[in-house]
Design a protein around this ligand. Structure first.
Ligand code: RAM
Length: 344
């Protein structure tokens, strides 16, 4: 008995002293590995608060949480500016969550914080966009569609609305937004195709995913370019603001607004004819797949690598592609004919 007590004591005190050891090194101890789905704690950090798009993503996480039993919380910074999520990432590392799922506001400004989380054993997932060029700083990414065709399909949609002829502008979110910037690159590339030679991209402006600033930027475009034929806004905040500006200025159908929007925010403009067609996907799919993937990774039941497969009750199987990227669903185009089939 005596010897057991003797041998246990140093072992126990070694573990008990670990936090002190890590604190002395300026580090935090690793997050203990979750053994059951109920022990998994997932946080989702949105780009910013007050954007209904991210509420839809939340709903997807919640659905996955109901199926699997993980604990889900969500937070977001007041603005979508490049470093606004840094304090939130630090807080969540401190909390010792198992998974940080984040829609990043920069492709590189968060790298150090992500690496710190990964060093603590936290799974880091980029949700709804990737951090292209910084993939080593996250375990995987969950995208709503194949981003390689998002930009070109936006150009095709605008072309079809203006008979492939005339000036158009892009109203984006922030200058650092990883998803919007990736798509804008795709749009520029697509414009090299001879079928778009009579379409001219006159400018790119930024509304910062702030409804008021987006509206001001859209109004300025209408004033600055009296012969403008279109505005592509690849952000749900921007497209709603552009539609509002065009509606107030009575510039439809001469100015065609398209881009990526939620059916709920765009319904009015489709029904009153201000907007003819726009695209998106169901954002809740992204949260749902991220919830499932995050849980499996946190439990150590899946490796974040190309070829790994996960099964979900709602949508069946998904395979991780190159760079551990999962594509959650197909894109959708909304018009007067189908918009009332969608409620998000
Ligand atoms: C906005 C956000 C989001 C983007 C959608 C299309 O709500 O910027 O990241 O994917 O638009």
């Amino acid at each position: 008995m005596e010897s057991v007590t003797m041998t246990n004591k140093p072992v126990l005190s070694f573990f008990a002293s670990l936090p002190l050891f890590f604190a002395a090194c300026g580090q935090q101890p690793p997050v203990p590995q979750a053994e059951t789905p109920e022990q998994v704690r997932i946080v989702y950090i949105a780009k910013n608060v007050g954007n209904p798009y991210f509420d839809s993503i939340d709903r997807g996480f919640q659905k996955a949480a109901e199926e699997l039993g993980f604990e889900f919380t969500h937070v977001g910074p007041p603005t979508a500016e490049a470093t606004s999520q840094l304090p939130l990432i630090r807080q969540q590392i401190q909390r010792g969550v198992n998974v940080i799922a984040i829609s990043p506001n920069s492709t590189d400004a968060l790298n150090q914080a992500f690496s710190r989380a990964m060093d603590r054993g936290i799974i880091v997932l980029s949700v709804n966009s990737d951090i292209t060029g910084s993939e080593a700083h996250r375990h995987g990414a969950i995208l709503p569609m194949d981003f390689n065709i998002t930009g070109s399909s936006q150009i095709e949609l605008m072309g079809s609305l203006i008979d492939y002829e005339g000036k158009f502008a892009i109203l984006s979110s922030t200058t650092d937004a990883p998803d919007q910037n990736f798509w804008i690159e795709g749009m520029k590339e697509a414009l090299n195709d001879p079928q778009y030679e009579n379409m001219e991209l006159v400018t790119i402006v930024y509304g910062n995913d702030d409804p008021q600033k987006s509206l001001v930027e859209a109004e300025a475009l209408l004033t600055r370019y009296p012969d403008l034929r279109g505005i592509i806004s690849p952000t749900t905040v921007g497209i709603a603001a552009a539609a509002q500006a065009v509606e107030s200025a009575n510039r439809a159908p001469q100015v065609q607004v398209t881009g990526l929007g939620t059916p709920n925010q765009m319904r009015r403009f489709i029904e009153n004819g201000t907007v003819e067609a726009f695209a998106l996907w169901d954002p809740s799919n992204v949260g749902y797949v991220a919830g499932h993937l995050g849980t499996l990774l946190a439990l150590g039941q899946l490796e974040a690598e190309a070829g790994a497969r996960l099964e979900t009750p709602a949508f069946g199987g998904f395979e991780l592609g190159e760079n551990a990227v999962v594509i959650a669903g197909p894109p959708l185009v909304f018009t007067k004919e189908n918009i009332n089939d969608f409620h998000f």
